[in-house]
Design a protein around this ligand. Structure first.
Ligand SMILES: Cc1cc2nc3c(=O)[nH]c(=O)nc-3n(C[C@H](O)[C@H](O)[C@H](O)COP(=O)(O)OP(=O)(O)OC[C@H]3O[C@@H](n4cnc5c(N)ncnc54)[C@H](O)[C@@H]3O)c2cc1C
Length: 761
């Protein structure tokens, strides 16, 4: 944002300019192209180049800097070259901690409206892309935004200096407040004809008062702006997009209209108009009435009756405080101010974490993102986690989230929590503006998808029987034993075979993916839920237990294994006791060939009735089925409707319940009681996954509320509020540690619902 406008200015002066940017944004690309500034690949310093200019955020090791050094080319920073190019010009230097781009843009706008022929170099982009960020102009005057962050400010000797306000920032460069103050004191002293300062800025006032060794003879050139300044102003009214300002003091007119909002923009406009007047421009009441703003300053990127989304460049606590105070007034009656904040630079975060937390506390809800490094190496005490800790300590009631490095989860959480009337502000100087747009894109795509799913549900509903259930966005967490994860886009509980046929055929015709759900005891549902139709045989019609005259038993696929075991026991049928304690259904047990205590589901199966994806009902004999460890190939696509089971023998019910009791006790002694999905990993050949995990010292290991059980290391339990992401992250950690310790790659036994493990592990 600094180097691009300078490149344009140089191109207009007649230099041949090329440039590169590792994250070039589209409006800048177009503006550069318009001025014939060629964008070259990273590190490709063109032949014939005589000087390389770089932003201070570019590290010495960057390929372009390294290439320049290798070729012996001179290298300068943006500020150094700008000072050199403007030498001999009548420079109006706009500087200060906050609002300098806006003030510069307002000054440029006012001068253009007043037909004052100054050139300019903005440190940003106008929101109106017809306005270039730099122009050489046709007079000696040039307005430029100058930057104190890297010390290059020392190279400027302006005609007029406009200091919006001075607030200690850039602690990476100015270790102490005094270093910062003396830089500005020196700039003021070098200024030839006028220095404009804010009447509310204590530090500016102190410097002007001569406390820092400024020559008192120079004092007449100082002017203040603000409520009680030499150029005075107060807000007379705020309507729609406009401010009405009452002017006084040295201003020649009583009122102006400014297209901007908020107290700080009133101050920026006052400063800009004061500078224009000092330059000799003729002021008029509507010079700023059509001010279009600059990119990334309260840029509204979505405005709909129920939701406003904007992004802003604020990256210093004072700016955030001012921004949020101004946004408060724009939040709907029942809406909330939701802030997503991306801290900029580790050094600034370390310096101001307490102040950042205090400023953010003005929001109703805060999401924190990782620090945008801007070329810095991480710094202890300067991370997002430090701001998070400050917020937790001092604003315990404020809902704050921080999901390190996980934009997708952040976007999902944000979309989920939105309420009518909310104002969402993406705040920071890094790439959060792009994230804001990415989130909006995602939201739009989600809305389109939602419409498609609504249509699908609407198509199904009238075709189903009265006993069937159909729902959109049905939460699946409560339908699983692990109790994590998101919703099914469409969820159905058919009551009849015809219902199931309707569901499967419609899904096939529309290319909708179908997922069968039993009792959810072998599943991890991802937090984003399942993009498809989830069908559960939860209706009682699928839970029948019917002894047949030939001694066999029909068990519906929806029957709980516990009930199968209990009912069989009551009927004196032996062979099902091992199923006690497996918290699944007959359908799930068939699909998984569930097994325990030496018994396997398919030990007791004679026939399975299935429905194919085309809605055809078929009976498959055991010999037709391809069954293996936790696997039945025929049930990968087809749904089991029930099975004909063959008991091993007849016995008295007491003997059966004694056997069941033995199994139950054994389970209680060796397995945790908390919510889980059973064994997480398969046992590797001739080994036990639980033992390997235990030996790697992982019992009790936690991610969020997901924990490796201390009772059985191959169980992950949910301590209360675990998310799908917590469970997956813990599984990843367990695998890595076992791999490191024993060289064994553990394979999941549980299923990841709607996805493949390879996608996430
Ligand atoms: C505490 C605990 C202990 C456990 N102990 C054991 C154990 O000892 N032995 C063991 O084997 N497992 C065990 N499990 C795992 C789990 O209970 C079994 O795998 C069970 O068979 C899964 O049945 P479900 O109905 O819950 O299926 P779900 O978890 O709902 O689904 C599992 C799979 O079956 C599919 N499916 C479900 N219903 C049907 C259907 N009707 N037709 C076709 N496919 C279908 C699903 O699509 C999914 O792919 C345990 C789990 C827990 C939580």
């Amino acid at each position: 944002m600094g180097v691009g406008p300078l490149a344009i200015y140089l191109a207009q002066l007649g230099f041949e300019v090329t440039g590169e940017d590792d994250a070039l944004v589209e409006p800048m690309r177009a503006l550069l192209a318009r001025e014939h500034v060629a964008v070259v690949p990273s590190g490709a310093v063109p032949a014939g180049c005589s000087l390389v200019v770089y932003s201070s955020a570019i590290a010495a090791a960057h390929p372009a800097r390294a290439a320049a050094v290798a070729r012996g080319l001179p290298l300068v920073r943006r500020g150094e070259l700008l000072a050199e190019v403007l030498r001999g010009k009548k420079l109006v230097a706009v500087c200060g901690a906050h609002g300098k781009t806006t003030t510069t843009a307002m000054l440029i706008t006012a001068l253009r409206r007043a037909q004052f022929p100054a050139g300019w170099v903005l440190g940003g982009l106008f929101a109106d892309d017809a306005m270039p960020p730099a122009r050489t102009g046709s007079s000696d005057w040039v307005v430029a935004e100058i930057d104190e962050s890297d010390g290059t400010i020392d190279a400027f000797s302006p005609e007029i200096t406009l200091a919006t306000n001075l607030d200690w920032d850039h602690p990476d460069h100015y270790r102490r407040l005094d270093d910062f103050a003396s830089t500005f004191a020196a700039l003021f002293a070098r200024t030839k004809s006028a220095v404009l300062i804010s009447d509310t800025c204590a530090l500016s006032q102190r410097l002007v008062a001569g406390g820092s060794g400024i020559n008192p003879d120079l004092r007449p050139k100082y002017f203040s702006f603000g409520r009680s300044g030499d150029f005075s102003c107060e807000i007379a009214g705020e309507t729609g997009e406009h401010l009405r300002l009452r002017l006084g003091g040295r201003f020649p007119m009583a009122e102006v209209t400014v297209r901007a909002r908020g107290e700080f923009n009133a101050a920026n406009a006052t400063a800009a108009l004061a500078a224009a007047q000092l330059m000799g421009a003729e002021l008029a009441p509507r010079l700023l009435a059509d001010y279009t703003g600059v990119c990334r300053r309260q840029s509204v990127i979505h405005a709909a009756p129920g939701l406003t989304v904007l992004e802003d460049y604020a990256h210093h606590p004072a700016e955030i405080r001012a921004l949020l105070a101004s946004l408060r007034g724009r939040v709907g009656e029942r809406g909330r101010l939701i802030v997503l904040f991306q801290p900029h630079r580790f050094s600034r975060t370390a310096q101001f974490k307490t102040e950042f937390a205090a400023a953010l506390a003005l929001a109703d809800r805060v999401h924190l993102l990782d620090v945008y490094a801007a070329g810095e190496a991480p710094l202890a005490g300067g991370t997002t986690a430090d701001i998070y800790a400050e917020l937790k300590k001092n604003s315990a009631a404020l809902p704050v989230d921080y999901l390190p490095g996980d934009d997708a989860a952040l976007f999902r959480a944000l979309s989920r929590e939105l309420q009518r009337g909310d104002l969402v502000a993406f705040v920071g100087a890094g790439d959060i503006d792009q994230k804001a747009r990415a989130w909006l894109e995602l939201r739009r795509a989600d809305e389109m998808k939602a419409k498609t799913w609504d249509d699908f549900a609407d198509l199904l509903r009238p075709q189903l029987s009265a006993g069937a259930r159909l729902a959109r966005e049905e939460s699946l967490a409560a339908k699983t034993t692990m109790r994590v994860g998101g919703a099914a886009r469409v969820y159905a509980e058919p009551a009849t075979v015809a219902d199931l046929q309707v569901l499967l055929r419609a899904a096939q015709a529309r290319g909708v993916e179908v997922f069968f759900l039993g009792r959810g005891s072998n599943l991890i549902v991802p937090d984003e839920g399942v993009d498809g139709l989830v069908i559960a045989l939860a209706h009682e019609a699928w839970q029948r237990f019917e002894p047949r005259p030939d001694g066999r038993v029909w068990a519906g696929a929806g029957l709980r294994l516990k009930n199968l075991c209990g009912l069989a026991g009551k009927a004196g049928l032996v062979g099902f006791e091992f199923l006690e304690g497996i918290p699944g259904s007959v359908g799930g047990a068939l699909r998984m060939n569930a097994g325990a205590m030496g018994g396997w589901m398919f030990d007791v199966v004679d026939e399975v009735e299935i429905m194919t994806p085309a809605g055809e009902v078929k009976t498959l004999r055991k010999a037709d089925l391809h069954v293996a460890y936790r696997h039945c190939a025929e049930l990968l696509d087809a749904m089991a409707l029930g099975a004909l089971l063959r008991p091993a023998a007849q016995a008295d019910t007491e003997a059966i319940s004694r056997q069941i009791d033995v199994y139950r006790r054994k389970r209680h002694e060796t397995q945790p009681r908390e919510p889980s999905a059973g064994c997480i990993f398969k046992n590797p050949a001739a080994n036990s996954a639980g033992r390997l995990i235990d030996e790697a010292g992982l019992k009790g290991e936690r991610v969020g509320d997901a924990e490796v059980s201390t009772v059985h290391a191959n169980f992950i339990i949910n301590r209360g509020h675990a998310t799908g992401a917590d469970v997956i992250a813990l599984m990843r950690r367990v695998r890595a540690r076992v791999r490191e310790a024993r060289g064994v790659e553990l394979e999941p036994e549980v299923l990841l619902y709607g996805k493949k493990w390879e996608e996430v592990l």
